[in-house]
Write a protein that binds this ligand. Sequence first.
Ligand SMILES: *Cc1c(COP(=O)(O)O)cnc(C)c1O
Length: 485
Amino acid sequence: MKNYHMSPEEFRKQGKQMIDWIADYYDTIEKYPVLSQVKPGEIKDQLPATAPMESESMEQIMSDVNSIIMPGITHWQSPDFFAYFPANTSGPSILGDLLSSGLGVQGMLWATSPSCTELETRVLDWLADILQLPEKFKSTSAGGAVIQDTASSAALSALLAARERKTNYESNEAGCMGNLVAYVSSQTHSSVEKAVKIAGIGKNNLRLIGVDENLAMRTDLLEAAIQNDLKAGLIPFFVCATVGTTSTNAIDPLAEIGEISQKYQLWMHIDAAMSGTAAICPEYRFILNGVEYADSFSFNPHKWMFTNFDCNCFFVADRSVLIKTLSILPEYLKNQATESGSVFDYRDWHIQLGRRFRSLKLWFVIRHYGVNGLRYHIQEHIRIAQQFAGWIRESADFKLIAPAPLNLVCFAHRNGNEFNRKLLELINSRGKMYFTHTVIRDQFTLRMCIAQTNTTLEHVSKAWQTIQETAKELENMFNNNPKSE
Ligand SMILES: *Cc1c(COP(=O)(O)O)cnc(C)c1O
C-alpha cells in the first residue's frame, strides 16, 4: 500500500544526521552573530507562499534550514549571549526532550501514561528537597507540584486558586464580582498583570506597591494599601513576591510579606523564575528564606537549570484548592484510576488539558549532573558575574546601577542615557555578543546576565574588553562630531 511516511530505517539515518548537525552547531556556535541581523520580512520572503503539493526530501529541507532559517536565528545557546534572562539547555535535556517527542505521549491523565505522571511527581519531590522547600510542598503531604509550560501559566493558576479559595469557589460558578484586590510590586513581572486581566480580577484591582532602594517590595506600603482597600470595602486576596525580578534581580522580603499575608489571609505566591535555581546551592538558599509562608512557589528550570524551554515547576501547599479550582470531568475522560482517587491527574493542576512528558528532560538533567554538578555550574556563573561586577566597581567609566546579588549585573557608562543607548546598539550590531537593557529610576541601564550553559570567565572577560573598547570608540565619535547626537 502506498504511503508517504518516514520509515523507521529512514528515521534512523536522518536522526543520526540531525544529532550530528546539532553537535556541529554547538561546536561552531561562536562563529554566528549572537543577535540575528536580519530585517523584518527577510526570512518570510525567502519561503514559498504556498505549501508543497508533493513530498520533499530531508536533504532539501535541511538545505533550507542552513541557508534560510539559520540567518534568522538569535543564538540563545551562544556563550556570548548575556541578554534578558537566559533559556539555557544541555545535552541531557535535549536528549530527554527528543525521547519525549519519540514516545509521543499525551499525559493528561494518570491513565494515559502512568510513567508520565509518576516520574513527574517523584522528580518534583526531589526538587523540593534540593531547594529545601517546606514539606508542605511535597506530594507526600497536602501539597505537591506540577510542571507547567511557563511562570506566566503558574502565576495564573495561583491567582485562580487564590480567587476560588477567597470566594468559597463561587467565582467559578457565578463569575467574578470585581471586588477582589491583588498586590504586586512595581518590579513584578508583567505576567502577573496579564494573569489579573485573564482571571477577571480587573487591572483596576491590581495594586503596584512601591520599592526600596534595592528595588524590593516595601512591606509598609503593602500593609497600608491592604488597609486602604479594606476600608473601601474591597477584599484583598493575593500577593506575589518575587525572588529575582526580571529588571534587576531584586529579592522581595519573603518573610515580611508572608506575615502580612497571614494576617490578612492573602494567598502568597512566590515567583522565582530564574533565580530560584540559585537556591540549589546551600550558600544561596537564603534567597528563599520565608518560603514557608507561601501558598505557592514557582521557578523555571528552563531559564538557568540547563533544561530546555519549556519547563516551569509550580509547587502548591494545598493541592486540593488548586484541583478544586481547575478540575473538570467530562464523561469521555472518566476512568477507574481517577475514580479511585489514588492517582494524580495533572490536567487538573493547570489551564490546558493535554501535556507533554516534560519530566523526562528534567530527570535526565538532574541525573546527568547530580545535585553537586548543578551546584558547581550555578556557583561558577555567580562567581563569574561577581567578578564582572567587581570590574565595573573598579572602573572609572562605568558604575553599577543596582545591587548584583547573583548572576545579573546592571551597569551603565557615566556618560548618560543617550551614550548608553548607542553603546548597546553598537555592541549588539557587531554580533560578537548580545546584551539587553532596562531603565532604573530613569537611567538607561545595560544588563549582563551570566547563565548560558557554556559561558566561562574568558567569554565574560572578552565581553568586558569589548564594552570598554566600544565605549572609547563611541567617545571619540562623540568628540569628533558632537552634533551627530
Ligand atoms: C522570565 C520571568 C517570568 C516569565 O517567564 P515565562 O516562563 O516565560 O512565563 C516571570 N517572572 C519572572 C521574575 C521572570 O524573570
